[in-house]
Design a binder for this molecule. Structure first.
Ligand SMILES: [Zn+2]
Length: 326
């Protein structure tokens, strides 16, 4: 069995049995009871004293990690029989009822389930609605069933939010499995969104780090493998790339990107802030001076007027209207 290329990290837990003793035919999503990052999830489930693990984890931002290889049995669902046949997935969730997962985690979970089925020759996911029906079911070729931790222990896992939506999860995974073939890949540009920089590797997940792109760097993704993209220099995790546009003309597109700072500067150019009377354009200065002297405009403290161009215009207009109507 292979592992999912959708994962951006891999931190293998000692809490496992190698190899699993049953073919994969079950998916068991869990709620991690906390909006944890993928790093925190991987740390938690790879601590030897934890005595528990999962095949995959999904952090609150949708990032995925491998904790136990698919070929091995995780210690996740309080049932050796279940975990030997299941791929188990711990999802970052609220720490309180109904243990909801956010939209990023939902999307990542559906993608991960579909990817796991595809790589293992599975074509259909079933939600049979109960423990009895599920355990009594004989799989037809290509079928996978969904199961729940709460069936095997006195726990609420995977939480009512996920449990009540297992039918919807099956439906969305099946749409991906039976869906129209993907459109041909088109290169596109993306901007690195990672405060500490983004590793560029020789291969997805485990490749050697070739370089680090600084935050804000624009790269052109020319091919994809799961959640990894190739930049022409190496592979980066697409969880940290904000897609910009299709890359017909990379040079022109690069100039069109505006970050927050640039936007603020442009906005300030259009609508500058005046902090002294001298800075106010001379055609409004006398009116603004009068309004200040009469205490109608009091400034923003520290002797600063703090009036934007458009605020000056509104104030002068109001003053002139008042004068006209006197
Ligand atoms: Zn669980």
């Amino acid at each position: 069995m292979s592992n999912s290329p959708l994962c951006c990290m891999r931190q293998i837990s000692p809490n496992r049995n190698s190899p699993r003793n049953h073919e994969f035919d079950t998916l068991t999503p869990h709620c991690a009871v906390g909006q944890m990052s993928i790093q925190a999830l991987c740390n938690e489930f790879s601590r030897p004293s934890k005595g528990a693990s999962c095949n995959y984890g999904i952090g609150y931002d949708g990032s995925r990690g491998t904790v136990v290889d698919e070929a091995d049995r995780s210690w996740c669902s309080s049932s050796a029989a279940n975990d030997n046949r299941a791929i188990t997935i711990e999802c970052a969730s609220d720490a309180f009822w109904p243990y909801a997962i956010n939209a990023n985690v939902w999307k990542s979970l559906v993608e991960l389930c579909a990817d796991t089925c595809k790589r293992n020759g599975k074509t259909k996911v079933l939600w049979l609605g109960s423990k009895e029906a599920t355990l009594a079911y004989s799989h037809k070729p290509g079928e996978v069933v969904l199961s729940a931790h709460r069936w095997f222990d006195n726990k609420s896992c995977p939480g009512d939010y996920i449990y009540n939506r297992l039918g919807q999860i099956a439906k969305e995974v099946n749409q991906k499995l039976g869906g129209a073939p993907a459109e041909p890949f088109k290169a596109y540009q993306g901007q690195v969104n990672a405060d500490d920089g983004l590793n560029c590797r020789t291969a997805p997940v485990n490749g050697r780090v070739l370089k680090v792109y600084t935050d804000g760097t624009v790269v052109t993704i020319t091919k994809e493998d799961g959640c990894w993209g190739y930049t022409g220099e190496g592979w980066v995790c697409l969880d940290y790339i904000n897609k910009i546009a299709s890359a017909k003309d990379p040079a022109a597109k690069e100039e069109s990107i505006m970050d927050g700072k640039q936007f603020k500067k442009m906005y300030d150019d259009i609508n500058p802030t005046y902090n002294t009377l001298e800075e106010v354009p001379d055609y409004w200065r006398d009116d603004i001076r009068e309004l200040v002297e009469k205490g109608i405009i009091s400034g923003v403290g520290g002797g600063k007027l703090g009036l934007t161009h458009s605020e000056c215009k509104a104030a002068v207009l109001a003053k002139r209207i008042a004068e006209k109507l006197k």
